[in-house]
Design a protein around this ligand. Structure first.
Ligand code: HEC
Ligand code: HEC
Ligand code: HEC
Ligand code: HEC
Ligand code: HEC
Ligand code: HEC
Ligand code: HEC
Length: 382
């Protein structure tokens, strides 16, 4: 019993570590609605089956999910065509006048080396964070075990490398800092925590198939479910089904990584989100500000618009249908109809903004804005 609760406490603190990054942006306060808490996932490492175990019975879903950006959000760097096809790559770091050189070694490994005033240093970059929809940041490990976020990242909009977000402002003090930013143990465990399924404090880097966001990251441990289903007892499925969560709770689940939504009564946090264009990066935080979310009879959920197992469905008609499900004449008593246009709703009401260097995000705070988020955000570009 003591061991179990100790373990639960440990797991809980690990989860908290993962959240620190986002909570640092937005300190959470007293809950007004019931917060979704993933307690039932904690301390149950032995109850995880691994995503491959789901393949046999959920073959189609598995195939789609495996190819998604969620599943590919962490991979070994040397597996990635987009990266290897750009090598070798050379860049003079304008902030420190250091030459950065990325190349492929004969054994296939990818090395970043730096050279300045006759001094040099190098590191093997092993892991690729990001599926490549927007960008890929490589992470490596020094001989002494220290993790390093590479000073160069690959960007989809450029089709090649440039300085990693934030690197321009962080002028390297010595040659080895020119390779990238050292990650402390806590930050390292947050990075792997959000980009993997099976990461634990003792073994941050999970098996290949659990790199990336896989089944049990959202559904919790699956061993009991598999036993129950295999025995033919379909009535008790023994697995967490996030489709049954209400809109706010689902925003919390997705918001573990996509930004925790503020409680109704947390006016400071709400004001912060409204005023900071940078929070456009966190859809869970912005969506809950929308009148569509707060005033509709049926909850607007992440899964109303997104298939959580697949990549984004990028057609206008997909979203138009959803908007018009509430905003049409027949249901006008409850929801107004647009006086301006009859289709392509998201182009005006969910505009995209360039809130990070080289990448755009969609504003999930659905409302009538004329300028979109682009103009508000110019100042916060990094
Ligand atoms: C032995 C076959 C089998 C395996 C292996 C299996 N499932 Fe299932 N699963 C089922 C069956 C059968 C259902 C009920 C299907 C239905 O009602 O359409 C189901 C339903 C589900 C549901 C919906 C639960 C609900 O309450 O309706 C989820 C979520 C789920 N599975 C996830 C998983 C995950 C994650 C894995 C891997 C860890 C997995 N399954 C492995 C057979 C299996
Ligand atoms: C464990 C962290 C985590 C959780 C939980 C999570 N996501 Fe994500 N999500 C990510 C990461 C990381 C990416 C970026 C993948 C990449 O590099 O392109 C992403 C990308 C996405 C994308 C973009 C996919 C595309 O086509 O490029 C959507 C949409 C999305 N997530 C929706 C959701 C929804 C909905 C939920 C909840 C059901 C959810 N996410 C839960 C981490 C998470
Ligand atoms: C709180 C969870 C969380 C942590 C911690 C985290 N990420 Fe992410 N990461 C995400 C989510 C969610 C996305 C997709 C949406 C976005 O970019 O905000 C993402 C996307 C990315 C992308 C793809 C580019 C992009 O902007 O979509 C890269 C590269 C990346 N992360 C690298 C890292 C690195 C390196 C670390 C550690 C220094 C890290 N992440 C820590 C959640 C996280
Ligand atoms: C990013 C979080 C996330 C990941 C990763 C994820 N799921 Fe799901 N899953 C959900 C959500 C949310 C729903 C509810 C969808 C809805 O209500 O439309 C769901 C529903 C389901 C269902 C029941 C409904 C259906 O669509 O048939 C099954 C079965 C399922 N998931 C299995 C899996 C398996 C197997 C994997 C891994 C291959 C997986 N899920 C990965 C979030 C996730
Ligand atoms: C679940 C139902 C529902 C869905 C789906 C929905 N809305 Fe709404 N929306 C509402 C309700 C309710 C309001 C409150 C005002 C009203 O009754 O018209 C609202 C308000 C709005 C407003 C006015 C906001 C303001 O600040 O005054 C806009 C603009 C809007 N919605 C656009 C959209 C668009 C675009 C979509 C699709 C991306 C969408 N809505 C999807 C229910 C919904
Ligand atoms: C009313 C529909 C709607 C809802 C609800 C919704 N999204 Fe989106 N989401 C979109 C649209 C539209 C895009 C842009 C799609 C495109 O680029 O083709 C998008 C894009 C994204 C992206 C990709 C990065 C970006 O900003 O472009 C992520 C991640 C994402 N959504 C997560 C979420 C999460 C998490 C939730 C729940 C909190 C959610 N979404 C709820 C419509 C929605
Ligand atoms: C060309 C840009 C554009 C497109 C496309 C567009 N809208 Fe609008 N919408 C606006 C503007 C601007 C307003 C504010 C009008 C005003 O206040 O006079 C508005 C207002 C609204 C309102 C609030 C109406 C009210 O009386 O409170 C709703 C709801 C809405 N739009 C829904 C939609 C839906 C649903 C779609 C897709 C079918 C859509 N819009 C397409 C620009 C657009």
């Amino acid at each position: 019993m003591a061991v179990a609760s100790l373990e639960r406490f440990f797991m809980a603190s690990r989860m908290m570590c993962m959240l620190v990054l986002l909570y640092a942006v937005l300190p959470p306060k007293g809950p007004a609605r019931t917060r979704w808490t993933p307690q039932h996932f904690w301390g149950q490492q032995s109850a995880y089956a691994g995503s491959r175990a789901c393949q046999g019975c959920h073959a189609n879903l598995y195939k789609i999910q495996e190819a998604s950006n969620h599943a590919r959000s962490l991979r070994p760097l040397k597996e990635i065509e987009k990266i290897t096809s750009c090598l070798p790559f050379r860049l003079m770091d304008p902030s420190s006048q250091t030459e950065l050189f990325l190349s492929r070694k004969p054994d296939g490994n990818i090395e970043l080396s730096v050279r300045k005033d006759g001094k040099e240093d190098q590191i093997i970059l092993e892991w690729a964070f990001g599926a490549g929809a927007k960008g890929i940041t490589p992470v490596g490990r020094r001989d002494n075990g220290q993790f390093v976020e590479g000073r160069l990242s690959w960007y989809e909009t450029l089709g090649t490398f440039d300085l990693t977000a934030g690197a321009r402002e962080r002028i390297a003090q010595d040659i080895s800092e020119s390779l990238g930013r050292s990650l402390g143990e806590e930050e390292r465990s947050r990075c792997f925590g959000c980009h993997t399924t099976g990461s634990t404090a003792e073994s941050p880097i999970p098996k290949r198939e659990e790199m990336g966001i896989r089944c049990e990251r959202c559904h919790g441990p699956g061993l009991e479910h598999i036993r129950s289903m295999a025995s033919g007892n379909l009535s008790d499925r023994k697995i967490f089904h996030p489709g049954r969560l209400d809109g706010f709770s689902q925003a919390q689940l997705c918001g573990e990584c996509h930004g925790p939504p503020p409680a109704d009564s947390d006016f400071d946090a709400i004001r912060y989100i409204q005023q900071k264009a940078l929070t456009v990066r966190f859809p869970s935080q912005r969506m809950v500000l929308s009148r569509c979310f707060n005033e509709a009879d049926a909850n607007l959920k992440c899964s109303t618009c997104h298939n959580p197992h697949a990549n984004i469905a990028a057609t206008r008609t997909h979203y138009d249908k959803i908007c018009l499900g509430c905003h049409r004449l027949e249901v006008r008593k409850r929801s107004a109809v647009c006086p301006v246009a009859k289709d392509n709703c998201v182009s005006c009401h969910m505009p995209k903004g360039r809130v990070m260097v080289h990448s755009e995000f969609t504003d999930h705070w659905i409302r009538a804005t004329r300028a979109g988020v682009t103009t508000e955000t110019k100042d916060s570009l990094k």
